[in-house]
Design a binder for this molecule. Sequence first.
Ligand code: AMP
Ligand code: GLY
Length: 457
Amino acid sequence: MKILVIGSGGREHALIWKLRESQRTKEIYCAPGNAGIAQEAECLPVDPGRPQEILGLAQRLNADLTAIGPEAPLVAGVVDEFEREGLAIIGPTRAAARLEGSKIFAKQFMQRHQIPTAGFAVAEGFEDAVKAVDRFPLPVVIKADGLAAGKGVVIARAREQAVRVLDQFMRQRTLGDAGRRVVIEECLTGEEASFIVLTDGRSILPFPPARDHKPVFDDDQGPNTGGMGAYSDDSILDARRRSEILRRIVTPTLEGMAAQGAPYRGFLYCGLMLTDDGPKVLEYNVRMGDPEAQPLMMRLRSDLVEILLALRQSQLGVIEARWSPNPAVCVVLASAGYPGQYGTGKAITGYEAAEALGGVKVFHAGTRFVDHQLVTSGGRVLGVTAVAESLPTAIQRAYAAVRKIRFEGMHYRRDIGAKELERLPRGAKGARSPKADPSRPARPTRPKSGNFSRPKL
Ligand code: AMP
Ligand code: GLY
């Protein structure tokens, strides 16, 4: 088969790395890709925001299957274009992608279908938005309605901050049209979890749970980023929690979308807050998560091409996906200044030595080659990902690999997965906390889960 993947991040590198393992993959292409992807697939230029360009590329390549990494092409209707031409693609249609493309749509949809989520108000104008803020306790969450590349959500701790953000979004239009309308939302507390499923609209293939680390600095300090690291371990959501999420969130979401004439196919990512009142949806994403895809792909033992073909043939309910029981951890290495302004073109060294460590894969995001030298070309540069028989060992392995890599201004979080370790019973699995760098306060323990099982719709 000829497979085309659209995107250029660590997520796409991880997907390609996994797709390439399949016996069925004869040729694999990525557009636009990055330097790491270029070592595993042929990279071609494309503007991911232009569905017509993506379609044209797939037609020229005669691709048997196209997988879309980021949300922008999905929200812009790339799947509709492919379907019109009878070309195979993985992802939701434009109508279904509104679950991510419009936060107002998503919140009203959840409200209609009694899917647990934070209380909210929709505001169309600045004055209304300020009035809405006054109806919520502080802190209050402000969300731009449209896609904003991770910059559209602010947790305002004071009223003045809320008003300032509303002014920026709605009057100054700092996010363009995305901030014309907003959602004002109750601030939830608890631990977050990323619950990702693949669905053909009828049956569901849930992936093991994962957890992202969004704020830029250790201990969740500083502004949000696209994700500074993630880990996947079954203990994030035990079997009971997973079936509760499938029953109360995923199934009603798919049934609700089908009922309103927009059946959902593809990856569905539920960003959850695990509150004292149970799991609540913070957001939907209509694609795989990044960085979550990196540890998840390292745990996947089944053939990803077979899984995607099963989705195409509406056979997801009859195939089995095998996962390593071992946890995996991804630490993102970022450019100085990220998530704000950052420079590029910094020489990267040590990545080969990092990958030479067993159980480690270095996924590329913002990288390119200049005269045979690997250099930085984005905010998130590399995703150093390790798998091991226990979470402490996976964390140690990932950080051992990180320490081999250098580029000017490189920064990363030193506490990826650390909170989970504090929940493990004392002395569990015989490894010390990798958080020998900084130390963390103890947290209450939570029981470890049983095996990961797969229910159907
Ligand atoms: P989003 O871009 O919608 O994923 O939101 C980014 C991050 O903002 C989430 O991962 C949460 O950390 C945080 N967040 C979003 N909504 C809420 C909420 N209602 N309460 C608390 N935190 C939230
Ligand atoms: N990891 C968060 C996201 O993919 O949006």
